[in-house]
Design a protein around this ligand. Structure first.
Ligand code: GLU
Length: 427
């Protein structure tokens, strides 16, 4: 069945990322009072750019890749959001990811709008030179809509500080001066911030710690399962491990590793850095991937890609808390089931916001040309994340809704109030 949402169509049963976002937004409308009339603004991106990226490959042939930059909403400040290099990237996904950035930045009260970019490519199949040429051409193609006061890209799945350095250099070459504030997540020598790499995983741990307190769950010896062992999953796993929880299962693209007594996460990180996968770390403890969601554990951390928690997983998972390290891991129908089963879902827009929070610090440091210590950064992030969880918890209690809907209410109120005050150009 198709439902018309004032100009935008989505399928009730549709499971695309953008569909999922629209359904999440629908849940907020009844809580917004007169502001709900303005919600349509968030049902479409402000600006979507699709670019062709021709790349001269090492063998002399030319290959074309499709790239995107979507600025979903710029009401509260410049666009902010990562760039994803992945073979499944498409416009629908980038639109959803940009919208989640709008909500995330507003929920954390950071002075940014939401944006996201991506290129449909498998970066592991390119040489370093090819990856650099692809990154530089992509940056040149989106050059006219990014900038420290316009839209500030950052790393996401498949991108890293080196790629940010190439983006910053390409933008600077085209501007005629060194512009550090055009991207965040840069290497520290280039105006990057201390603590940025670990920030997202750290935020996942902080929000987990805060929510566990709210529901009286003792994290000591609590069993934790982590899906995804990249930047986010590995750091979150390490912090849970170091603070007394037992990380009993880790899954990545290569294997699902289960150790009832708890995995030595520091060793697994060493191993996976070296081999680019967890497979082979302890072959006798590898289990079938499909078993992952059936493991009895208190905490689950989806920290890979979107859409992994569907209705079936929601009906079977035995968890007290789900920490959304990934963007959009839970489908709306699944969310309702988890809610009924009283499983606390800490939504992506709060849970993984540690990354963009330290990106905000990086941007501020670049604009001021004055840099902070790692302790200052971690301490300031801790305060922002802690307050965000507390605000969302109070809102969810008052409005009798899920933490996700509560975060959306806080975010939408801020964005729609700002729009109301700004008015609509040309008036
Ligand atoms: N890609 C990250 C996210 O989804 C970080 C974005 C940023 O730092 O701007 O939140």
């Amino acid at each position: 069945m198709n439902t018309m949402v004032k100009g935008l169509t989505y399928t009730e049963q549709g499971t695309t990322a953008w569909n999922n976002y629209l359904k999440q937004l629908d849940k907020v409308a009844p809580h917004l009072g007169e502001l709900s009339e303005r919600l349509d603004m968030l049902r479409r991106p402000k600006r979507s750019l699709i670019v062709d990226i021709p790349v001269i490959m090492d063998d002399g042939t030319v290959q074309h890749f499709e790239g995107y930059r979507v600025q979903h909403n710029l009401t509260r400040g410049p666009g902010k959001g990562g760039v994803r290099f992945h073979p499944d990237v498409n416009l629908d996904e980038v639109m959803a990811l940009s919208a989640w950035m709008t909500i995330k930045c507003a929920a954390l009260n950071l002075p940014f709008g939401g944006a996201k970019g991506g290129v449909r490519v498998d970066p592991t199949q390119l040489s370093k030179r090819e990856l650099e040429r692809l990154t530089r051409r992509y940056t040149a193609e989106i050059n006219f809509i990014i900038g420290p006061q316009k839209d500030i890209p950052a790393p996401d799945v498949g991108t890293n500080p080196q790629i940010m350095a190439w983006m910053m250099d390409t933008f600077s070459m085209n501007s005629g001066s060194t512009v550090t504030g055009v991207v965040t997540g840069k290497p520290v020598h280039l105006g990057g911030s201390l603590g940025r790499i670990k920030a997202t995983g750290r935020g996942v741990y902080i929000t987990g710690r805060e929510v566990a307190q709210q529901i009286d769950l003792d994290l000591n010896d609590a069993r934790v399962c982590v899906q995804g062992f990249g930047n986010v999953g590995s750091e979150a796993a390490l912090l849970f491990h170091e603070n007394g929880s037992k990380v009993i299962c880790v899954q990545d693209h290569s294997a699902t590793l289960y150790q009832e007594q708890g995995i030595d996460i520091a060793k697994l990180i060493e191993y996976s850095k070296h081999h680019q996968k967890i497979q082979g770390f302890s072959a006798k403890d590898e289990i079938l991937a499909a078993k992952f969601w059936q493991i009895p554990a208190e905490v689950f951390i989806p920290a890979a890609l979107e859409g992994v928690i569907d209705v079936h997983v929601a009906q079977t998972i035995q968890a007290k808390i789900i920490l959304e390290g990934a963007n959009g891991p839970t489908l709306t129908e699944a969310d309702e089931i988890l809610s009924k089963r009283q499983i606390t879902v800490v939504p992506d827009v709060i849970c993984n916001a540690g990354g963009v929070t330290v990106s905000y610090f990086e941007w501020v440091q670049d604009l001021a040309s004055y840099f902070w210590t790692e302790e200052e950064i971690n301490q300031r992030m801790d305060v922002i994340m802690k307050n965000a969880v507390a605000d969302v918890w109070i809102k969810a209690t008052q409005a009798e809704c899920s933490l996700r809907t509560a975060a959306y209410i806080l975010a939408c109120e801020r964005i729609l109030m700002a729009r109301k005050e700004r008015g609509i150009y040309p008036g």
